[in-house]
Design a protein around this ligand. Structure first.
Ligand code: MN
Length: 248
């Protein structure tokens, strides 16, 4: 059974966004998110993963950049329904971080959103990239609770060094992965049927699009955000009228 998030009665619009890849090098993207959270007419905002470029454990939340994100999300969560689903970069975001942000526990991937008399399937999108066997193997290791416990027991400096090393070593491999890997259509159709939904909404690939999966099933892909080296970012807004893509 796929877990369900039920929209609250007063929600009239729900924003879905992902792949902000926030970090010390993205002050403008962070500011753009802060502005969006302050200005959005939506009553709920759901973050679908890779909010952070990297997350090495909740004890990193006191660093300057991470601390400003905590303050921003805490301010937003006092006015909005604010939810987090982990991506492949920030799957170590834990209870301490979300609690400091005033946010509920993370959404499972995938989760069914029940809103406006419809069911929407929400996911980050990396788990369905079945064509990349090496990545799926790595994902299995990184999501293993024993591996995570072991990693989180290491000193923060060591975890930071590991993450930046892994990032440098795999930068070209990741670029190639993002350019070629895509979600497997069969698994997307199967998940949608399992969820009793017609629309899958996800990020991860940074290739915004609307894919027709046949049988009335659709796959909506979010853009990544970059307001530091570019001016790019979008979101999908759900309301009683349906689904609308909004470029920022
Ligand atoms: Mn991702």
């Amino acid at each position: 059974m796929i877990p369900v998030l039920r929209a609250e009665a007063h929600w009239q619009q729900i924003d879905l966004l992902s792949d902000l890849h926030l970090g010390p090098e993205t002050p403008r993207t962070l500011a753009r998110l802060a502005r969006h959270l302050a200005e959005t007419p939506a009553q709920a905002v759901i973050l679908l993963g890779d909010v952070f470029e990297v997350w090495v454990g909740d004890d990193a939340r006191f660093a300057p950049c991470e601390h400003s994100v905590v303050q921003m999300l805490r301010a937003a969560s006092s006015r909005l329904g604010l939810y987090f689903m982990a991506g492949n970069r920030d799957f170590l975001v834990g209870a301490d971080m979300l609690s400091d942000c005033g946010m509920p526990p993370p959404l499972a991937d995938p989760t069914v959103l029940e809103a406006f008399d419809r069911r929407w399937l929400l996911s980050h999108g990396d788990a369905q990239c079945l064509g990349d066997a090496a990545y799926q193997q790595l994902r299995k290791q990184l999501r293993d609770p024993a591996w995570q416990q072991d990693f989180l027991a290491k000193p923060l400096a060591e975890r930071r060094a590991f993450a930046s090393q892994a990032r440098d070593a795999s930068r070209s491999a990741q670029a190639a992965m993002l350019a070629h890997a895509d979600l497997d259509a069969d698994i997307c159709r199967a998940q949608l049927q399992d969820a009793g939904a017609h629309d899958l909404i996800h990020g991860h690939t940074h290739r915004p699009a609307l894919h027709d999966l046949g049988d009335g099933l659709r796959r909506h892909v979010l853009s990544d955000w970059d307001f530091d080296t570019a001016s790019r970012g979008d979101l999908l807004r759900i309301s009683a009228a349906g689904l609308e893509r909004i470029a920022l």
